[in-house]
Design a protein around this ligand. Structure first.
Ligand SMILES: NC(=O)C1=CN([C@@H]2O[C@H](COP(=O)(O)OP(=O)(O)OC[C@H]3O[C@@H](n4cnc5c(N)ncnc54)[C@H](O)[C@@H]3O)[C@@H](O)[C@H]2O)C=CC1
Ligand SMILES: O=C(O)C1=N[C@H](C(=O)O)C[C@H](O)C1
Length: 269
């Protein structure tokens, strides 16, 4: 048991944090060594298992990430952009693999990861599921095969707690479509329509975000032309798909050189 890679989970009380704790505890390939929450959170100082409403797991929730990371071979982090940047610096200091699921990071945020990746493995993806990562490949291929007679729209739906839009997954799919077309997403993305917008610009890739209820995550890539439409769809119904992918990334990262990777690397797609 002691030989298994030790995993620390940040944002331990969150929707993904709790799912990750369960996934690591149930895994025969890793052990839980740390649970981190933000300063002032009422779970700090409590056993993580008991805080989650179950039996004790022998891991106390801490607000001192570096102490927890120093005991871990990997950190799995689904929190918020500012927290993730700080965690990247600390994970690099601890030489722990940093698996980042956090979305809503800006280009400037992402640039801050590069110096950390000189010292430790970073695996970052807006979606850790096998299905979505396969869908990015399919999206690239379909976009490559079709010309601009086909308008590309990415439509996503999520629960009403989600704070960022478009979703990280929608942006991954948009990137894949843009790559297939041989264009830069930044040059063609249409991310917010309201009022008299004018007609759709040929070649644009549009994004629509739906927020409601407890939707786990749904993504459509629509290719719409005169007289026909193609729709590629992924529907997540359970957050375990993200947690399992993140744990796979944490284990895969143990044998990699420092650098920045994504789930396509992990899954070998
Ligand atoms: N890449 C993927 O496959 C997936 C990514 N996500 C992303 O993961 C992130 C979290 O999602 P949820 O779990 O639904 O949110 P949530 O709001 O339920 O959880 C976030 C947790 O992070 C904690 N946190 C914030 N700042 C912190 C800090 N400085 N130190 C320690 N903990 C801190 C919060 O207290 C909270 O417990 C979002 O960006 C979401 O888009 C969610 C699902 C899948
Ligand atoms: O916030 C979520 O819940 C999710 N976030 C990710 C995203 O932004 O795409 C992945 C998944 O869709 C769930």
């Amino acid at each position: 048991m002691e030989d298994l890679p030790g995993i620390a989970i940040t944002g331990a009380s969150g929707r993904m944090g709790q799912m990750l704790i369960k996934t690591v505890v149930e895994s025969k390939k890793a052990r839980l060594v740390g649970a981190i929450e933000r300063k002032g959170h009422d779970w700090v100082g409590r056993d993580i298992g008991e805080a989650m409403g179950g039996s004790a797991l022998g891991v106390t929730v801490t607000d001192e990430p570096l102490e927890a990371f120093a005991k871990a071979q990997a950190v799995i982090d689904f929190t918020a952009p500012a927290a993730t940047i700080e965690f990247a610096k600390l994970a690099a200091q601890a030489r722990a693999v940093h698996v980042i699921g956090t979305t809503g990071m800006t280009v400037e945020d992402i640039a801050q990861l590069a110096p950390c990746a000189r010292h430790a493995v970073i695996v970052r993806a807006g979606n850790m599921s096998l299905g979505v990562n396969l869908l990015t490949q399919l999206t690239r291929k379909v976009a490559e095969a079709l010309d601009e007679d086909f308008d590309i729209e990415v439509i996503e739906a999520h629960h009403h707690h989600k704070v960022d839009a478009p979703s990280g997954t929608a942006l991954m799919l948009g990137e894949a479509a843009a790559e297939g077309r041989g264009v830069e997403l930044n040059d063609v993305a249409d991310r917010g329509r309201d009022g008299i917008t004018g007609a759709r610009k040929r070649g644009d890739i549009g994004f629509t975000a739906i927020r409601g209820g407890d939707i786990v995550g749904e993504h459509d890539i629509l290719f719409a032309a005169a007289g026909e439409r193609i729709v590629l769809r992924h529907m997540a119904t359970d957050r375990t798909i993200f947690a399992r992918g993140a744990l796979k990334a944490a284990l895969w990262g143990q044998t990699q050189k420092p650098g920045e990777y994504d789930m396509v690397d992990v899954l070998g797609l």
